[in-house]
Design a binder for this molecule. Structure first.
Ligand code: SF4
Ligand code: SF4
Ligand code: SF4
Length: 225
């Protein structure tokens, strides 16, 4: 196993970014490349001891300049107060929040690491911390790197799509399509009439088992009269 993976395994997997990196794997990478290993305050003495052994160093305390610690916890949204602004969704490093614009949002319990990153952006202060046992907090944190990577890859895919959408070829094609749409002359009343006739025709044939030719002639006569 590579040094970076050994270091990564000893970090608490909260993905909170308090070590001044986007997440635990990035911090493991930084440590493997010589960054100080005392910046994971949520991991506390336990994580620091493991890192001291791995790196054969002896730092006594975590550097509390990197923020307060994080307990075993998750968060929940007070759904009656949520205004659906989506700010929490963007802040969550592991995509543990679901919801649509202007509608209620919810936290997926099995994914939330309790990193607290969604709390500050909420304009109506409707995200609460819920304490957990070590066992309850373990599973989301064990899986957090997977969801972190997934979110990052989706961001990249979306970015790629955006780039493709804005390419000169695509812009030319959409200009052409828009021009054609603008030049189209649709008689809405005739189109509506045709749609209604087809619905009536289908109903008469299916429900009343009328002869299709008779129905067509009947509708034609009605339209002509
Ligand atoms: S738990 Fe937070 S502070 Fe610790 S390594 Fe992971 S992202 Fe950094
Ligand atoms: S829901 Fe909030 S606390 Fe939970 S992982 Fe996402 S940002 Fe962190
Ligand atoms: S930030 Fe707060 S108000 Fe906005 S969607 Fe999230 S929970 Fe709801």
């Amino acid at each position: 196993m590579e040094l970076i993976d050994i270091i990564h395994k000893s970090l608490p997997q909260i993905q909170c970014g308090r070590c001044d990196t986007p997440g635990c794997y990035q911090y493991a990478n930084d440590i493997a490349n010589g960054a100080p290993h005392d910046r994971c305050v949520p991991g506390g003495a336990k994580t620091l001891d493991k890192l001291n052994v791995i790196l054969d160093k002896s730092i006594d305390n975590v550097d509390i300049q990197f923020g307060p610690t994080i307990q075993e916890q998750k968060v929940k949204i007070i759904e009656d107060d949520c205004i659906g602004c989506k700010k929490c969704i963007g802040a969550c490093p592991v995509d543990a929040i679901v919801g649509a614009t202007n509608l209620m949002h919810s936290v997926i319990d099995d994914i939330c690491t309790g990193c607290e990153l969604c709390i500050e952006p909420c304009p109506v202060d409707c995200i609460e911390i819920v304490e957990l046992s070590s066992l309850e907090a373990k599973s989301p944190r064990d899986n957090s790197q997977y969801y972190f990577d997934l979110k990052e890859s989706l961001k990249t895919t979306a970015k790629r799509k955006k780039l493709a959408n804005n390419s000169p070829e695509n812009l030319n094609i959409s200009d052409e399509i828009n021009l054609k749409i603008a030049n189209r002359k649709i008689d809405k009343s005739a189109a509506l009439n045709k749609m209604q006739s087809n619905i009536v025709k289908e109903d008469l044939i299916k429900l009343h088992e009328f002869n299709p030719n008779d129905v067509s002639n009947f509708i034609k006569d009605k339209n002509d009269s």
